[in-house]
Write a new protein. Sequence first.
Length: 180
Amino acid sequence: MKKSIIFILLLVASVSSFAQVSVFTKYSEGKLAPCATIFGIKPINEKISFTYFALVSEKWAETMLGVAYSPTNWAQIGLNCGFEQNPALFRVGGSIWLGKGKTSFLTLLEKGDRSDNYWYKSTLAYKCTNSLSLGVRAWRFNGVGPVVEYKVKDFKFWIMPAYEFEKNNSNLVVGIDIKI
């Protein structure tokens, strides 16, 4: 399934207006957990866009397609659905983005089968300069903590020390986002 997801994503990415690959790893309890995602968006008109997302990690894979609606230039809401590798096949998700001036807020939500099969990632960020952003993030399976992002051309390097309340442990998540 992972090879199929990667092929579909590369195909879809080639026709999008914006695509981003994110490669990151979580360091926790002496172990590294690498992961890669791809996100893309293709405007259909001024207010509606087609979106896609996929994630591949050592033990998990998913892919989703969706639609995003932008009622204004500072807000966007999205709905998507797709497939996950385990334990069920079907997965749904939603997103809300708000941005005004140098401040932005993004929340992503996903739900699969079973009551404990959900995921979220919410980030409140402030753009200090064209290169540097500071924020705070709550990210299921990774934790809650500050996030620092540094952008150089089409590359964004980021780091997030976090505390994961579900497992009561500290994590360090480090990544790079690449605009393609």
